[in-house]
Design a protein around this ligand. Structure first.
Ligand SMILES: Nc1ncnc2c1ncn2[C@@H]1O[C@H](COP(=O)(O)OP(=O)(O)OP(=O)(O)O)[C@@H](O)[C@H]1O
Ligand SMILES: [Mg+2]
Length: 266
């Protein structure tokens, strides 16, 4: 099994895929969407996945997000073989360690920004006061302080995606997985979202893996993995983005959960 991870050569990677194959359908109709994918991602990285439509980007994100399992090959999360876990164990991994952002925001309508962000904590059974505090802090970290009581219909697309990012981060995940997070946004708003993701990675050490079709957006990442026909065609460092300060580890998640704005100013 390959060890040639482009990411981590120091100890255990956060995520490692080794020889991952994904086949949809059976017999004559079988289609191999992933044809032996290998890569590793370390804590603190900011990686963009690019590639043509149908090249397997979402398929690999779904496997990483525990929404699907590989047909063959290994998916290790902090050294644990995810493909050997039970369905329930995968659900726990998903709930406790992974944050998701989607192209279409996927917010609940008729529900305030604060309630949307609190939702993952509700599933965890946290108390109302802990939920409010964490959700307020998460909204503040994405620049939405003061927008807590607004519903999605009162927010712009960029603001809605910020709420979705806050919702993904409120549980203090080990990695943020984003499949075309700027796909529904105009280019200026897309840049704002990418600047936010860049800052979350740089200042708070949040590990990010995102899919994008747009080179301008991928340019914010520190590393770009390109898929073609279900395989990794290239995996390169982005020298320009690397000029940014190195991420500091271990700040945001804890502070997100703890920094109660007590001050319930509202
Ligand atoms: N559930 C499924 N059943 C059958 N085929 C599938 C399924 N999901 C994906 N595929 C096929 O696998 C291939 C890869 O799909 P995938 O969604 O990963 O592409 P993608 O790189 O994300 O493309 P896009 O840029 O258009 O989002 C495609 O040919 C797709 O039709
Ligand atoms: Mg896709």
């Amino acid at each position: 099994m390959t060890d040639a991870s482009a990411g981590g050569d120091s100890g255990t990677a956060l995520i490692q895929l080794a020889g991952v194959i994904k086949t949809f359908g059976q017999g004559q109709a079988a289609f191999q969407a992933l044809r032996g994918v290998d890569f590793a991602i370390d804590e603190g990285e900011f990686v963009a996945i690019m590639g043509p439509s149908g090249s397997g980007k979402s398929t690999v994100m779904n496997i990483l997000g525990c929404l699907d399992i590989p047909t063959a090959g290994a998916y290790l999360f902090r050294g644990v073989h995810v493909e050997r876990l039970s369905r329930n164990q995968r659900a726990l991994l998903r709930r406790n360690y992974l944050g998701f952002v989607f192209q279409g925001f996927n917010l609940l309508g008729r529900t305030t920004a604060l309630e949307n962000v609190e939702l993952p904590l509700l599933y965890r059974g946290e108390t109302a006061s802990a939920r409010h505090a964490a959700a307020r802090a998460a909204l503040e970290s994405v620049g939405l302080k003061g927008w807590e009581t607004h519903g999605p219909s009162e927010l712009s697309g960029g603001q809605q995606q910020r709420v979705a990012i806050a919702r993904a981060l409120v549980t203090d995940p080990a990695i943020l997985l984003a499949d075309e997070p700027t796909g529904n946004l105009d280019s200026r708003t897309s840049r704002e979202i990418m600047e936010l993701l860049g800052a979350l990675n740089r200042d708070k050490g949040i590990t990010i893996l995102m899919v994008t079709h747009e080179p301008d957006m991928a340019a914010y990442a520190k590393r770009i993995i390109r898929f073609v026909d279900g395989r990794v065609e290239s995996d390169v460092r982005n020298a320009h983005a690397q000029a940014l300060a190195p991420p500091e580890r271990g700040q945001l998640p804890a502070s997100l959960a703890q920094s109660a704005p007590n001050g319930g100013r509202d």
